[in-house]
Design a protein around this ligand. Structure first.
Ligand SMILES: [Mg+2]
Length: 394
């Protein structure tokens, strides 16, 4: 069934009827392609899913920890989905849940990648941008911040400041770094721990200096602190007027205690899966800002559900997503519809060919990702770029 026949069936004069499974046969999924691209830090794993009518949808399944396992789980999900249509997102989720429970992150990312492809296919089939399927856009210009952490080689105040200045020149109004990466655990070598802490704070100060007082500074601690060191760090960072301090401690309870004692917005939750994990995180009052990642939190519909819970709790949503343009564009379609959306992550400077990976090129300008009116996500993979940077054997 093509789109014209679909619409005709749905609206046949005087005899409107529900579409049956048999009507949707052409919209069953048929084949999955996976492309693994080499980038500065690791790989980007992209999916292209074919419906039986020949249409294709794209998705980002990067950062699953083990690309081969992600592809294997994705193929299993597609096989289990053969007799279903591209609309059956909740069914896909139900099939994926046991895999996620048994195998964790690679299975969650496989689900996220496939689910994005299905939304792209749905939007194309219905002739509407995906944000229309999530309640309609409250905004089509999606604010993004430059995560300079992945691209900064020289991890000194000068190195981070240089990248931050580049991001500002590229039009970004908010910059994030994780200047404590590589430091020893709290309670190990005390002198080393203090040396790393001082270096990280110096990097944060240098970036504040480089971006000036009016742009936003975000610091990701990557859970390198315990309660005492985290509280001290947050207090020392207060004068830098952070937009947020992210993932301070491994313990959710410790982070909640720090949050209560400092005057800095706290963000977190990038590795959580599903409404259950986020419900517990909200209940623990561990953050002001939640950071679900559509690749690993259960997907785009899961992001919408998590955002609804957050809205009820008076919290903001800033999706995590330092991956490819495909993942950012997919997340942006949901962000467009969220009343409590704040800002979306963007991996600045990871590869020079980033914008060209999709056609038309990724529209990030003046710190915003601009969504248009094209059906689906509105973008296709640029196969010249995909082939040029594909990891051999994928
Ligand atoms: Mg983070």
């Amino acid at each position: 069934m093509n789109r014209r026949e679909f619409v005709a069936a749905a609206c046949s004069a005087g005899t409107q009827r529900a579409l049956h499974q048999s009507d949707l046969r052409g919209l069953a999924v048929e084949k999955l392609e996976a492309f693994c691209l080499s980038v500065r830090r690791g790989t980007w794993l992209l999916f292209r899913l074919y419906a039986r009518n020949g249409a294709t949808g794209i998705g980002d399944a990067s950062h699953g920890g083990d690309d081969r396992a992600v592809i294997e789980f994705a193929r299993r999900l597609v096989a289990a989905f053969q007799s279903r249509s591209i609309f059956e997102i909740e069914y896909l989720r139900q099939r994926a849940l046991p895999l996620v429970q048994n195998y964790g992150r690679p299975a969650a990312v496989a689900l996220g990648g496939i689910e994005q492809c299905l939304w792209d296919l749905q939007g194309q089939f219905l002739g509407v941008p995906v944000y229309q399927l999530f309640g309609g856009a409250l905004r089509k210009r999606i604010p993004v911040y430059a995560n300079i952490n992945r691209a900064t080689q020289l991890r000194t105040p000068e190195g981070f400041a240089r990248l931050a200045a580049e991001a500002v020149r590229a039009g970004f109004r908010a910059v994030k770094l994780a200047p404590f990466d590589g430091m020893p655990k709290p309670g190990s070598d005390r002198a080393e721990f203090e040396r790393w802490t001082e270096l990280g704070i110096a990097c944060a100060r240098a970036v504040r200096e480089a971006i000036g007082p009016t742009r936003e500074l975000l610091i990701d601690v990557h859970k390198h602190m315990d309660f005492e060191s985290g509280l001290r760090l947050a207090q020392r960072l207060e004068p830098l007027r952070l937009y947020w301090l992210e993932e301070i401690t491994p313990s959710v309870e410790d982070q909640a205690r720090i949050k209560r004692q400092v005057r800095i917005p706290v963000a977190g939750g990038e590795s959580l899966f599903g409404v259950g994990d986020f419900y517990r995180y909200i209940r623990a009052e561990a953050a002001h800002i939640l950071m679900p990642d559509i690749k690993s939190c259960g997907g785009m519909l899961e992001l919408k559900k998590i955002a609804a819970m957050a809205e009820g709790a008076g919290l903001l949503i800033s999706p995590h997503g330092p991956a490819s343009p495909v993942g950012n564009i997919a997340a942006a379609h949901v962000c467009a519809t969220l009343p409590n959306f704040q800002i979306l992550e963007y991996a600045f400077g990871e590869v020079p060919w980033r914008a060209e990976l999709v056609e038309p090129p990724e529209p990030v300008m003046d710190g915003e990702l601009v969504l248009g009116e094209r059906p689906g996500f509105g973008f296709r993979l640029n196969m010249d770029i995909v082939r040029r940077y594909a990891v051999a054997g994928t």
